[in-house]
Design a protein around this ligand. Structure first.
Ligand SMILES: [Zn+2]
Length: 364
């Protein structure tokens, strides 16, 4: 059902979502049951509109569950006092109540809920669009991948994380600080999605139609892209498949599952996200993109030129979308077997890295 890019300039938003109720004084301090019910109902109404309009939560990179699982993993490694400071900052500057939202509320975890705000915000703030990814060309070797060419005018996930951390820790404006925290909660997750740090002249796989467990790709209305596509299945479809297979009900269960499979370190060191450090995260995600997301495809995909970084549409780069469609990629259990451990590993790693950033951001 997704019709959306997570990369590139195509607009992603529907127009039918309703605003969400946002009452910070209640949101973070044991709100009454009726408030949850009302918020949930409004979100369900939003979802109904979204389905009608052809837009879905699939537009949220890593999906609602993935982004929130990253935060929930990080929360295990951040001292309670620092988490309380993060919650207080978010409460002090609540989000616009008219913002159209793509994910259900998380009543008992406002920090996790905040992890998907940046995708909602992006719909009306296209100047933030490029902050969600860094198109490191697949053809580059990860060890030497230099993001400069893939980060035009400093507008990419790497630069955004560094810049927002500066604002979070140095701005005197509470609203700026709160939104900087929301951006960081989201972008650290995005950057670890391999196809947010890798592109093969195809908008990080957005221009690679795939059949996903028998669901054939269909061209999206008023667009030249298809669903399912490679990017979308890494954002959401494979996570949902993993959650269904493992009977994981929500993001909390997903995070429990990930850390049960590979325990977290006893602690992490507080560490600011310098450009060098965040670049190393992107290179690692790029390696997973090269070797798994592209490397394990059932039909081998050739290397596209490194110059095809920014496409204005999926018909660019010599009509990449139809060249990829002709390959008839069909994703099934073999690809999933390679992809699921990579996804779990990336969500876990994002959580660990986010924990170190949050510890540095709130030096109590
Ligand atoms: Zn994003």
């Amino acid at each position: 059902m997704s019709s959306s890019f997570s990369q590139g300039p195509t607009l992603i938003h529907g127009s039918s979502q309703v605003g969400r109720l946002n009452s910070p004084s209640h949101e973070f301090t044991n709100p009454p049951v009726f408030l949850y019910t009302l918020r949930m109902r409004r979100w369900l109404v939003s979802l109904a509109f979204l389905c009608v309009s052809g837009w879905s939560a699939d537009a949220v990179a890593w999906g609602c569950e993935g982004h929130r699982a990253v935060v929930m993993i990080a929360e295990r490694l951040v001292p309670a006092a620092k988490l309380a400071a993060a919650r207080a900052l978010l409460a002090a500057s609540p989000v616009d109540p008219n913002l159209r939202v793509g994910c259900p509320p998380v009543p008992d975890d406002p920090v996790a809920e905040a992890a998907t705000w940046a995708d909602d915000y992006r719909s009306d703030h296209l100047e933030t669009f490029n902050w969600h990814f860094t198109n490191l060309p697949r053809v580059w070797k990860s060890a030497t991948a230099n993001p400069a060419a893939a980060c035009a005018a400093g507008s990419c996930a790497i630069e955004a994380i560094v810049a927002q951390f500066q604002l979070l820790t140095h701005s005197a404006d509470t609203a700026v600080k709160a939104n900087a925290l929301r951006f960081i909660l989201h972008f650290v997750g995005d950057l670890h999605q391999p196809l947010h740090s890798t592109s093969n002249g195809d908008r990080g796989g957005n221009c690679v139609p795939v059949t996903f467990f028998g669901q054939a790709p269909q061209q999206n209305p008023n667009s030249d892209d298809y669903s399912p596509n490679l990017h979308g299945i890494w954002d959401s479809s494979m996570i949902r498949r993993m959650m269904t297979d493992q009977a994981l009900a929500d993001a909390q269960a997903l995070s429990d599952h990930i850390v049960a499979k590979k325990p977290l370190p006893a602690s992490v060191v507080a560490s600011a996200p310098t450009k060098a450090r965040v670049t190393s995260w992107a290179r690692q995600a790029h390696e997973v993109g090269r070797t798994v997301a592209y490397g394990k495809l059932p039909v081998a995909v050739g290397m596209e030129p490194a110059t095809a970084i920014i496409l204005s549409s999926c018909q660019d780069n010599h009509d990449i979308v139809h060249r990829m469609l002709a390959l008839n990629e069909s994703i099934g259990n073999a690809y999933l077997a390679a992809g699921e451990p990579a996804i779990a590993g990336q969500l876990r790693l994002a959580g660990v890295h986010l924990a170190s950033v949050l510890k540095a951001a709130f030096p109590l």
